[in-house]
Design a protein around this ligand. Structure first.
Ligand SMILES: Cc1cc2nc3c(=O)[nH]c(=O)nc-3n(C[C@H](O)[C@H](O)[C@H](O)COP(=O)(O)OP(=O)(O)OC[C@H]3O[C@@H](n4cnc5c(N)ncnc54)[C@H](O)[C@@H]3O)c2cc1C
Length: 477
């Protein structure tokens, strides 16, 4: 990118909001996904939709890649600028414009931090359920673009279930609005839903209107410990088969429990094979009744110990420890690769078993935890990117895990998105015809292919790649 273009960008956002020194660019060369890194040519931080549109016009005219970026916490390499270009950071577009208590909606900029939205709506007795583990850092724009899930997905669904309206800027600089506050709206194709989960490959989201719910009055947390992994998985199926839908049903295997205990010191037993962390919310009476029944089912299906948190603080501590699982595992070895193979929950036990068998076959260390109620597992491999032989075996193991998930009627990613990390596996889920159709949709939005190029659609490799490391220097694990 030449200096003339950089001057154009700088004139749009103002001095100080266009970064291009090597140190500054380095910061935006990677995200939370290990093994991927590439340098952008410039980083811009627009403060308005008008500035965003003007940046896109410059990029479109010069055919420069645009990588939208919130907080860079995605786990699919989605914000790595593999083809260089402009990283467009949305952090300044972080205003909470409105909480509409009559229509039960909130409208805000994409840079708003997820947990800040939670706090603001909860202060007036409302509730925005999607709660990715990264919610204290992740932005709502990133949540929308990845269709983020979280621990409350079982009862409340994921981001797409709450996004009612979007303002978005097309690569041409055209600013469009889709959806809005209407509870019902079938005017034409549902572009709002199409943009949710589009991973920055179609447009830049500049404003979001989300649906809110009344804040549940009560909640209770329960933990159940198991000597047998499959008993835990079967409990999940039984609870739901008995028509109870808990807000949260999380699964941790023995190794994850051990590492979380070392990290958080909350008194998890270290001689158990698995645990379920279950939370129910609702009215006092409903919560009490459900928690009693769930405890009964846990015991019946083989739990060796079942404990209900005595105070909300104890419950919150257990949930916080679960949220810290990835950070805890990341301390074990230099490189932590987390995936999110997902199956219909009736196949959860089978999938957990297969992950164990595959890890043994390839002699790699994989811990499994995840949103058991959604069949959404996070097999997490602790490895070392300097050991190329092991990295190769890790890659083969994950390839086999994705194939196993598909065979069980599942998917290659439940909530983390495709990005670069899973681009090579997309055809397993949607087939060649599906990919072709998606590419045609992309072309309609982005005829010059400048929006987050190299993501979603694989070029020619299934292997994880370390991009441009010679330019970037060694990165994280
Ligand atoms: C510890 C940890 C726990 C996590 N737990 C969960 C979890 O429980 N559930 C879950 O689903 N994910 C989880 N994630 C993954 C990640 O946090 C989510 O994908 C999150 O939505 C990313 O938000 P972000 O602001 O960091 O987006 P980024 O990583 O910056 O961007 C993500 C994608 O969105 C695009 N994008 C960002 N902003 C815009 C915009 N305004 N317009 C268009 N495209 C845009 C980017 O180009 C990129 O493709 C976790 C990650 C970590 C590190």
């Amino acid at each position: 990118m030449n200096n003339e273009i950089k001057r154009e960008l700088s004139a749009i956002v103002g001095a100080g909001w266009m970064l291009d020194t090597p140190n500054e660019l380095h910061v935006y060369s990677y995200d939370a996904t290990p093994l991927y890194q590439a340098m952008p040519d410039a980083v811009v931080m627009p403060a308005s939709v008008e500035e965003t549109a003007a940046i896109l016009q410059v990029a479109n005219r010069h055919r420069i890649p645009i990588v939208s970026r919130g907080s860079g916490t995605n786990l699919c390499g989605g914000t790595v600028p593999t083809e260089g270009g402009i990283v467009l950071v949305t952090n300044r577009l972080n205003d909470l414009h409105e909480i509409d208590e009559e229509n039960l909606t909130a409208t805000f900029g994409p840079g708003l931090i997820t947990a800040e939205l939670h706090a603001a709506v909860e202060a007036v007795g409302l509730f925005y359920p999607p709660d990715p583990g990264s919610m204290r850092i992740s932005t709502m724009g990133g949540n929308v673009a990845e269709c983020a899930g979280g621990m409350r997905g079982l009862k409340y669904g994921v981001t797409k279930d709450y996004i009612m309206g979007l303002q978005a800027v097309l690569p041409s600089g055209e600013v469009l609005r889709f959806g809005g506050k209407n509870a019902k709206d079938v005017a034409g194709y549902d572009i709002t839903k199409l943009l949710v989960g589009s991973e920055g490959t179609l447009a830049v989201v500049t404003e979001v209107t989300a649906k809110l719910l009344p804040l549940p009055k009560a909640k209770q947390t329960l933990v159940a410990y198991y000597n047998d992994l499959t008993d835990a998985a079967r409990t999940v199926q039984r609870v739901i088969a008995e028509k109870i839908i808990p807000a949260t049903m999380e699964f941790l295997d023995a190794e994850t429990m051990r590492v979380v205990e070392e990290f958080a010191r909350i008194g998890l037993p270290l001689d158990m094979k698995a645990m379920l962390l279950i939370e129910q919310d609702g009215t006092d009476a409903q919560v009490e009744q459900d928690i009693l029944r769930i405890a009964e089912i846990c015991r019946r299906e083989g739990a060796t110990a079942v404990r209900t948190a005595e105070t909300p603080e104890e419950g919150a501590k257990l949930m916080a420890a679960r949220r810290a699982a990835l950070s805890a595992l990341a301390r074990v070895k230099p490189t932590t690769i987390l995936e999110d193979a997902t199956v219909p929950r009736s196949h959860l036990a089978e999938m957990v078993e297969q992950v164990g068998v595959i890890a043994k076959k390839y002699d790699v260390q994989i811990c499994t935890f995840g949103h058991a109620g959604d069949g959404n597992l996070h097999p997490t491999c602790m490895t070392d990117e300097r050991d190329q032989d092991e990295i190769h075996r890790v890659e083969l193991a994950f390839q086999e895990i994705f194939h196993a998930a598909i065979k069980l009627g599942g998917t290659i990613t439940g909530e983390h998105g495709v990005g670069i990390a899973k681009a090579g596996y997309l055809d397993l889920k949607v087939g060649a015809g599906g990919i072709e159709l998606m590419k045609r949709i992309k072309e309609a939005f982005d005829p010059h292919g400048i929006m987050n190029p190299g993501k979603m659609f694989a070029k020619d490799t299934r292997r994880r790649v370390v991009v441009n490391t010679h330019e970037c220097g060694h990165k994280h694990g």
